[in-house]
Design a protein around this ligand. Structure first.
Ligand SMILES: C/C(=C\COP(=O)(O)O)CCC[C@H](C)CCC[C@H](C)CCCC(C)C
Ligand code: CDP
Length: 315
């Protein structure tokens, strides 16, 4: 019985539509249900950009899953909301049983939550409202952070797993900005552009690992910022680059845009370097990293990566 339930859930989550297939190699094919295929030879960043524009210029498949889309997407949203609640609860339990320290717990939630959320995007249908249903997940968590951060309700477990010192008002800064960025990246860029996942990878993985490594191994401070260290910044650059690359590969594997290592490596390195430099600046007291890092990535990413639309509207 349990196996049947598991099979039903998995079959429910993975959209019942033919995935676009981009083999992770020099060329990729767009194979959509009308069995039209386009093969573009990707040998340079320009070709990669042209290839992505062409693949993204395909009209969303009309009528595909339209009938079942809303139910499908609502079901996926509900499952992710449950997952989000359980994920934070898990870290609350690890902190409560002193398996994880509060600071490390917060950073691991910081690194994993947004990435796991973005990795669920392919399970939504091609419907135009999918992104808005998906955005309900971070938006709901934002309301939760507001309610507990303002002290309207109390949840010591939530506060302990996402705050540094256990002060509920901490939820109204970093964590709240974090979920706001998730909402904006979901609604504005969704699966239409690499900018969304690269921005989340830099905010979640890059900025998150900088804290963990920097606190432990950051004895050599930066010349222009005694609060930040070479170890933290170098790790942010490298980990942010690798996780961004992994996210692009994943979305290519799931059929959303082609992946060409040669085509994206330089762009990703530039974005990761820019985000790392901004994060290292002595401005954290006035501008939270959870805003400056994704903002830097989006601005540079819009110039470097092809974007089919912003907020679902052709530019
Ligand atoms: C602790 C967090 C940010 C703090 O950042 P910083 O100030 O230390 O730089 C992250 C807060 C996460 C939030 C409470 C929960 C977000 C859940 C997410 C939208 C969905 C995750 C779903 C997935 C399936 C686990
Ligand atoms: N580039 C960096 C970033 C953080 N860190 C370390 O991590 C701590 C927290 O960094 P942060 O203020 O950016 O933390 P969040 O604002 O990301 O939560 C810093 O006080 C440093 O000890 C570092 O050494 N180098």
């Amino acid at each position: 019985m349990k196996q049947l339930m598991a099979l039903y859930i998995i079959s429910y989550i993975v959209p019942r539509r033919k995935r676009r297939c981009y083999p992770t190699m020099k060329t990729y094919n767009i194979c959509d249900p009308s069995s039209r295929t386009t093969t573009v030879d990707l040998t340079s960043p320009r070709e990669w950009k042209q290839g992505v524009q062409e693949s993204l210029s395909e009209k969303p498949l009309e009528g595909y899953l339209q009938a079942g889309s809303l139910q499908h997407d609502a079901g996926v949203t509900f499952l992710i909301l449950l997952g989000a609640y359980a994920w934070v609860k898990l870290f609350n339990s690890l902190t409560k049983h002193q398996i994880l320290g509060q600071k490390l717990s917060r950073k691991l939630v910081h690194i994993t939550s947004g990435l796991l959320f973005a990795l669920c995007w392919p399970f939504f249908s091609v419907s135009p409202w999918a992104r808005y249903l998906a955005a309900l997940v971070p938006a709901t968590n934002g309301v939760r952070l507001l309610v507990y951060g303002l002290g309207i309700l109390k949840d010591d477990g939530l506060v302990k797993s996402v705050s540094r010192e256990g002060d509920p008002r901490e939820l109204l800064r970093g964590p709240l900005y974090y979920v706001m960025v998730l909402v904006l990246c979901t609604v504005l860029f969704w699966r239409d552009s690499p900018v969304s996942v690269v921005s989340l990878a830099m905010m979640c993985a890059g900025d998150g690992i900088a804290d963990i490594v920097g606190r432990r191994f950051g004895s050599k401070k930066l010349p222009y910022n005694s609060e930040k260290s070479w170890a933290g910044s170098i790790t942010m650059f490298l980990f942010g680059f690798v996780v961004s690359l992994g996210c692009l590969w994943y979305f290519s594997f799931m059929g959303f845009y082609p992946f060409d290592l040669q085509g994206v490596a330089l762009q990703l390195a530039a974005v990761s370097l820019a985000a790392t430099l901004v994060e290292s600046l002595p401005i954290t007291n006035r501008f939270d990293d959870n805003l400056t890092v994704p903002l830097t990535t989006v601005i540079l990413g819009l110039f470097l990566f092809p974007t089919r639309s912003i907020a679902g509207v052709l530019p």
